[in-house]
Design a protein around this ligand. Sequence first.
Ligand SMILES: Nc1ncnc2c1ncn2[C@@H]1O[C@H](COP(=O)(O)OP(=O)(O)OP(=O)(O)O)[C@@H](O)[C@H]1O
Length: 272
Amino acid sequence: MSEGLKKVYQVCEEIGRGRFGTVFRCFSPESGDFYAGKSIDKRLLADSVDQECVQKESKIMQLVSGNPNVVQIIDVYEDETYLDIVMELCDSSDLYDRVTKRTFSDVEAAAIMLPLMEAIAHCHRRGVAHRDIKPDNILFDGRNRLKLADFGSAEFFHDGRSMRGIVGTPYYVAPEVLSGRDYNEKVDIWSAGVIMYIMLSGIPPFHGETAAEIFEAVLRGNLRFPTRIFYSVSPVAKDLLRKMLSKDVSKRFSAEQVLGHPWIRREEKLDQ
Ligand SMILES: Nc1ncnc2c1ncn2[C@@H]1O[C@H](COP(=O)(O)OP(=O)(O)OP(=O)(O)O)[C@@H](O)[C@H]1O
């Protein structure tokens, strides 16, 4: 870790490891609070592509910080050797842990989808597509507030300019990404739709035994709601799922349209 960070924070135990960095719990004697410090050893980055990648992650995090449902960046320290990013600490169980334990009722799923879509809409307004929306990247802070994390695959899009390149995670990746076509920020809506489907049913909408089989199922994009699993899911939830998991990108809802859908709005009122 950089000397700059160590002057301000006490570095505690390791809490996770990613492709490029190690995350530690850090304590600030000044504020009396704990944070998450992600430390990237720049000597271990293989090439200029990886170097650009970590710089971009830090830049994008700073750009989208400021929304209560996006992990806040607190400080960035950089010296010859390390790039350190101090973030708010999100140490409650992540959405991956939660969805693998049980299915969610309509009300419970909407209580997750509303802040998740607020976070995605905020990123899209800032011209950022996350490109790796999945339960493992949806964290919760000590007060159980949802925080969208891991901008390591995120990309800027501007003025309708599209993006290229295969990024994402098999169950959650949008068909237009897999087909190698240009795509836009609506890839995030597809992935959020997959999460909503899994929360309500306990199974992914497009599945297979291997990554190749999952990709084939995603490319077919044949959305089904098996009655034995979906009998208790409301028609309005299924309507929103169809609009988020539309293979036709021009018909797929934007983040703002999802936020205006009656399923999200109705549950918001119920929740209050
Ligand atoms: N703000 C945070 N608060 C608490 N834990 C965090 C925080 N950010 C990351 N983590 C933990 O640290 C781990 C590593 O995070 P990191 O972003 O480096 O990699 P990653 O999410 O596995 O993705 P990538 O493959 O892009 O590196 C995560 O899996 C998560 O458990």
